[in-house]
Design a protein around this ligand. Sequence first.
Ligand SMILES: [Zn+2]
Length: 157
Amino acid sequence: MKQNEKILHIPKIDLGIVIDHIPAGQGIKILEIISKYEEMKDVVVSLGLNYESAKLGKKDLIKLQMEYLSPEIIQHISIMVPGVTIKAIKNYKVHSKVVVQPPKEIKSLLLCKNPNCITNTEKHVPTLFRTTDAEGKKVKCNYCERIFDLHELETVV
Ligand SMILES: [Zn+2]
């Protein structure tokens, strides 16, 4: 087998989005996240598992045949699986790429666990959390000011 054949199990795309450097085993998690979004309904998706990676040992990879990934979805991925690389492909070449990290402010994505929080009693108030530590593992509700572990909070979508 030639080296190229080994790497390129998934066909190259002329235009699309590649989510790369996903730690092995997390690809399915990202797929679950993005498939919840309505705009992803008709997008052609390829999932590659356990590719060899110099950086990670093994990695997963997702290719999306779409031009543009919304900031909401990128935010969601950056929170659930930080550190992945999102590349935009044009004419079979990497046009731009960004390594996603959790944002300092998380808007309209997480649900506050405090039942008395205004974001729960007044449903039209969008949630807003801010990270309170360098790793972004703890977040504070902007309204009721309670602090939660990021992973104990449910997401809106
Ligand atoms: Zn709250």
